[in-house]
Design a protein around this ligand. Sequence first.
Ligand code: ADP
Ligand code: MG
Length: 870
Amino acid sequence: MASGGVYRNGGSQKPNNLRNSSSFKSKLPQSNVRRSTAVSLGGTDTVSGRVRVAVRLRPRNAEEMAADADFADCVELQPELKRLKLRKNNWDSDTYEFDELLTEFASQKRVYEVVAKPVVESVLEGYNGTVMAYGQTGTGKTYTLGRLGDEDTSARGIMVRSMEDILANISPQTDSLLVSYLQLYMETIQDLLNPANDNISIVEDQKSGDVSLPGATFVEIRDQQSFVELLRVGEAHRFAANTKLNTESSRSHAILMVQVKRSVTGSEANYSVENDSLSSRGNNYRPPVLRKSKLVIVDLAGSERVNKSGSEGHMLEEAKSINLSLSALGKCINALAENSAHVPVRDSKLTRMLKDSFGGTSRTSLVVTIGPSPRHRAETSSTILFGQRAMKVENMLRIKEEFDYKTLAKRLEIELDKLIAENERRKKYYDDDIERIRSEAEIRISDAERRFEEALKEEKVKCQMEYMESIKKLEEKWSQNQLKQVNNGLLREAHMDSGNGEVSELKRLLQNESHLRKIAEAELINLKDQLNRFTSPELSGENGDLVNLQRRLEDESRHKRKLEEELIVLRTQLSQMTIGSDHPGSSLDRDRRGYDGNNGERASIANLHEQVGLHKILSLLESEDASARIHAVKVVANLAAEEANQDKIVEAGGLTSLLMLLRTYEDETIRRIAAGAIANLAMNEANQELIMSQGGICLLALTAADANDPQTLRMVAGAIANLCGNEKLQTRLRSEGGIKALIGMVKCRHPDVLSQVARGIANFAKCESRASSHGRASGKSLLIDDGALSWIVQNANNDASVIRRHLELALCHLAQHEINAKDLIGGGALWELVRISRECTRDDIRTLARRTLTSSPTLHNELRRLRIDL
Ligand code: ADP
Ligand code: MG
């Protein structure tokens, strides 16, 4: 393929279906055909292209045959030498060289191929082209160019044949052909396709210098038939116009313009591909290249007018006008041939219209027609000289390419729409994909979270259990140690106090009593002696003294009886004490009761009570004799252990006396036993109120504060625990320091004490819970206010089942009241409640804990936050 736009002389680049044609052989040196580096709109190179000139000799016509029969032709053609000899006379001639010489025998086909075909090929390649016939009237210009060949197809002229070739080589889909047909007569341009349009103006583009005739009719040609028809119409109009103007067609110039617009594929296009940034993105983004070229076929008016102006009777004006265009053409060609600085293109309409054909970018071929007659030798000579000068005119052939942005825009728009649709499809696909991946990931994450959560929960529970186990073990160890210490202390104390102390005390008392009895007996003997002495005869006179003595005797007898009764009491007591001291633990119920004797003892005491009377026993509580007080309090305590006696004891003022013992005596034994008795009496609701009203709580608290003996504390704790079970007394109990005293006693750590404390707390919590559920109380638990919670939590899982059960219940009761929830969480009770709900061996407590945890919003939320499932 030839690189775009380079015109190759000799027809090496031809449309495929154009048959090979002979071509002009330039007589000028090859160096004259130089490539131009100038770049046109489409980046097209220009090449130099000299105007090619062929001479066609018309055969003699009939007239010449006759008139010139005796004369030789004035020209002799040597086609093989491309030479023409113009005879001057019989012996001399001038020789001229032309590009082609077409003898009288040259066929129309050959004339077309030699003269016009290379131009047509150029036009199809995108160059402008001009075929022009110049010559005297009657020499065959119209014959050469305009024959339609209706009768004889071989007679078809250049116009018809050019169109045939063009139509055969363009693509109707992408290319277009527009034809206009004009006549220039007396500097007026007429439209041969629309005769009414008889003064068409020439418009010159200031920038490009391109000439156009916007007023002319341009008919789109799609087939040969319509073109021939158009030529016929044009000819008819030309004839009519000339008739009207009373002139001949030979006086006017006929101009056929064929505008060819071709769409060129990328590889054929002329612009530099290497520099095309768009090429890398493929042909789709490259604007299609449009090649606009123009074939102008000019049938000039007869050239004889130039030399014979005004001849043959034509009006001077007309002749001038005809001369004007033709002579201007001659002047321009002369100027161009001589490389003159000024080319008078603007002198005439013809030269303006043919601006591109001579000295422009057009590929121009001139056919000079001559006749053989020696009579027209002068015209023939001037015609030949015109042709000779025209051969020197050098044109710069240039392809006019432009980017077809319109078509590109349309194509890109379609492409863009396709891409938008594709993009949308893909986006949808990606979105779906992303959504799918996201939801898969979510499922995986939540799976992992769930597994992690479960593992964490398991781990947590395990840790919790281990923690609780270790705490339990530590506490076990600690309480074992404590127990050991306490037992050691107790044992020592029991031995010393209960064992030795009490027995020796009783022995001492017994000795005392024995001694008193002996004194009483001695006194009795003494008195009997005195009585005998007074009852003797010698003393009968003294009646007054005797009466006095008798009264004293009666007194003494009463006193004696009393002593004997006391003696009986004391003896019985001594025997019971001895039994009691032999079994020190059995006298106390470990859980609920205060001071309690065994059945045997109680029976004896009951016996004693019957014998001595309750008042007598109670009065002994205030005895100045310490041992009598101790014995009395023990008896009262034993009696108080019997529910049947309790009312009687209270009625007889026993409770007051017992409280008084707590207040008055520092002896811990007395206080321990008194507290035990009070504890027993405190089982009764009426007694509880009585204890409270007599300041019992303060006394019990004081006793607890001073106590050294765990059993004293157990009694006090038992008493307070009983009071804790009375809802009416809760506020007072607390305000008088009952709870503080209760909690204070846990310092002792003796399990008996702790179980009483736990019982008290459970009682208190239960009453609070009951009060709040009945709307009688609304505030936070007083137990929490008084700081009991931490001990409750610490001991809620105590090994001693009694303690554990009480505290588990207490926690459940506290948790039932929503206002306590935060403190419970803060105090660590939640874990215990969870544990209770899971592990408690008592079904009712376990269920209660679970229900409480579920029903309390705060606890429930906390469980959720900690991700603990029940
Ligand atoms: P022009 O247009 O130059 O005035 P025409 O083409 O009208 O000349 O030709 C004048 C006459 O000569 C016509 O009758 C035409 O048929 C005839 N003629 C011209 N050239 C030839 C030719 N090469 N062979 C035969 N007849 C010709
Ligand atoms: Mg003619």
